[in-house]
Write a protein that binds this ligand. Structure first.
Ligand code: FAD
Length: 322
């Protein structure tokens, strides 16, 4: 029996992550096609005030689970609450953003519910009454379509920036539920926020990334100037991170962050498969590399064969003129 398409509404410090609005916007279409209701699950401390914004992006209903112990994300606390709610209300699907939190929570909840989990999806549609997800395999070399007809709920994590946000402008019903926090074995002692004017890497519409071709930490300034001109986030390859030029939190790739921006500008990055694994679903890839044989040009929509220290400042100046 149809019991609803659920979206985990991820929030950090009282701000809903954009990916949650994207999932609701696309989830609205899925729910309408399947004739189900679309619900958001909002977990945290003093978060009820955020419920209205979820209705604006398509939610029919918002389940709000509040508790002081849920102020910061903990695997145990959030898993206990979300798994408990799913057991109680039995939705047919649970969608989460493929973020650090979403990945962690989805795996734990799926394990708790003994259901499967489709991770890192880059598409979602309905066919023959099933939700069919698109996901890359082998670092993006193969794209598969997968559905899990027998799983209840169907669970998937979906990359940020996969779907556009669509405002729905309607009021959602808010249902306050008990937050069964249970035993939490790890405590968050301190949250240190990195102050930055730039967008968060996994949510950014545009990213300017640098690799070993940057030649040193001081040269990232060149990328930052271009990034600030177009309102982009800054990213990096593992080679740049391993060299100590930039913090690991900026790393894009298999062992870094998975990003799916509208624009990805790769500067001095060769295009190793482990890097492509984290960015190949970007809508438009621009590569700047002085080696015309570099692998990155195979996935690039636009390639500039040039020294990045000439091309990046020139690009910035041209964009400024527009
Ligand atoms: P290089 O491959 O050395 O390429 C540098 C490029 O810069 C070259 O193409 C060169 O032509 C160009 N260049 C140099 N100077 C200039 C200039 N002045 N102007 C323009 N172009 C210039 N890598 C990741 O990025 N992310 C990951 O998450 C990741 N995970 C990994 C996991 C595993 C298990 C393993 C084994 C590897 C992983 N790697 C990852 C490493 C990956 O294999 C590559 O080593 C790495 O991506 C290379 O980074 P790079 O492209 O910056 O450096």
């Amino acid at each position: 029996m149809a019991k609803g398409i659920w979206v985990f509404a991820e929030q950090l410090g009282g701000q809903i992550k954009k990916v949650s609005f994207e999932l609701l916007s696309e989830g609205r279409k899925v729910a309408d096609t399947l004739g189900e209701e679309l619900c958001a699950v909002l977990v945290g401390k003093d978060v009820a005030g955020l419920a209205a914004s979820l209705g604006e992006y398509g939610a029919d209903k918002v389940y709000v689970a509040e508790n002081a112990a849920l102020e910061n994300y903990t695997t145990d606390g959030y898993t206990n609450v979300v798994a408990d709610l799913v057991k109680q209300y039995e939705p047919s699907a649970l969608l989460l953003g493929c973020t650090v939190t979403g990945r962690d929570l989805a795996a734990q909840v799926a394990q708790r519910l003994e259901t499967g989990l489709l991770t890192d999806c880059i598409g979602m549609e309905v066919a023959d009454g099933q939700i069919v997800f698109t996901r890359p395999l082998y670092a993006g070399k193969v794209i598969v379509k997968a559905s899990v007809p027998d799983a209840r709920p169907v669970m998937a994590t979906i990359r940020p920036n996969t779907f556009p946000v669509a405002s729905n402008a309607k009021a959602a019903e808010v249902v306050t539920v008990d937050a069964n926090v249970g035993e939490v074995r790890a405590a968050v002692k301190e949250v240190i926020r990195v102050a930055s004017e730039r967008p968060e890497l996994t949510e950014a519409d545009a990213i300017v990334s640098g690799g070993r071709g940057m030649k040193g930490p001081e040269n990232f300034k060149v990328l930052e100037e271009l990034a600030d001109t177009i309102g982009a986030a800054v990213g990096a390859s593992r080679a740049a991170v391993d060299a100590g030029w930039i913090a690991q939190s900026f790393q894009v790739g298999q062992t870094g962050k998975t990003v799916s921006p509208i624009l990805y500008v790769a500067c001095g990055i060769s295009g190793a498969i482990q890097h492509l694994a984290g960015m190949s679903s970007a809508k438009c890839i621009v590569a700047i590399n002085k080696d015309e044989e570099a692998n990155i040009f195979k996935v690039a929509d636009y390639g500039i064969v040039a020294d990045l220290f000439d091309a990046v400042p020139a690009l910035k100046e041209e964009i400024k003129k527009v």
